[in-house]
Design a protein around this ligand. Sequence first.
Ligand code: CP3
Length: 356
Amino acid sequence: MTELKNDRYLRALLRQKVDRTPVWMMRQAGRYLPEYRALRQQVGDFMSLCRDPDLACEATLQPLRRFELDAAILFSDILTIPDAMGLGLHFVQGEGPRFKTPIQERRQIEQLVIPDPLTDLKYVIDAVTTISHELDGAVPLIGFAGSPWTLATYMVEGGPTKQFAIIKSMMYREPQSLHLLLNKLAVAVTDYLNAQIAAGAQSIMIFDTWGGVLSSDCYRAFSLDYMQQIVEGLTHSARGRRVPVTLFSKNSSQWLEWIAQSGCDAVGIDWTCELGDARARVGHQVALQGNMDPSVLYAPVDVIEQEVARILAQYGSEAGHVFNLGHGIHQDVPPEHVAAFVNAVHRLSQPYHALS
Ligand code: CP3
């Protein structure tokens, strides 16, 4: 077993006792950090940063040098899989990700080849190896992927969307074509995550950013079922330790019980759901990750501390809480506010763990 100096995050995911609540932030590496902006400017574009394992490692470690975070997350993107499938990923300044060849017809779906992570996505797997070596057990490393549904929205729409008109029209007019695409993506994601685990990832997170735009029946059929298929196909243990899996569907608290029954170890929740209610609804089945509104980090430090205290009190003294934001950190948040947030979680959570 690799020696881990700080295993609070893994212990909390397995609902074991900890000395203080572990904390990390979705999108913790990124543009709110001046050192990230400098690195990014030096390299030119985001994907070049992802494609170079040493630079991806540097971006991963930057937030850990500043803040006492309890986990590191691989610096990469969810869209590496569709890119490896040949869709031609690029980023348009101010508009976000775009694909040169979006999926427009069934024939394209039939022709999609499932990427081999060790060749087609070698740069990501090499980054995992480099980062886990550099971390040297300081904190656990989180590997990740997008959910099939969320990846499919970008692949079919060709970029970000507000209405999801193209993919939803495919869903209602040609459901079998969409199922074929989601099936291929589920296999691709499973292979990709298992390769990340083999290379050193100690925990896995699946980002389903757009699951919450679906009706209940469609969420189950087009998003959750495929995430469940992935969870079933993952290597759940590596280097003598369990590799916990967290599922995060944004805007999905109405389906919390379903998600908790998927076989995952933890469920990420956004700020629209009260953490104490969430715990009562899922019982002891899973750990919970969340759930401060990222916009709270715009507020003065005393307000940030009040919000942290409120969320800790809502959760109470039970094991199984990983503190996080309810979605990714905004890019214009002052880093000093982040430091205050992380320190507040550690300081204010101690009494909850001392009692039990
Ligand atoms: O969390 C981390 O620090 C690890 C790295 C990470 C990134 N993207 C880096 C990134 C992770 C886990 C992601 C996941 C991701 N990527 C999601 C799911 C999570 C979520 O926030 O809902 C989604 C939907 C994407 C797709 C994507 N990639 C978008 C919408 C964007 C933003 C485009 C923009 O210009 O605003 C990206 C680019 C991206 N991914 C950046 C980073 C640091 C910014 C790149 C830059 O301009 O330097």
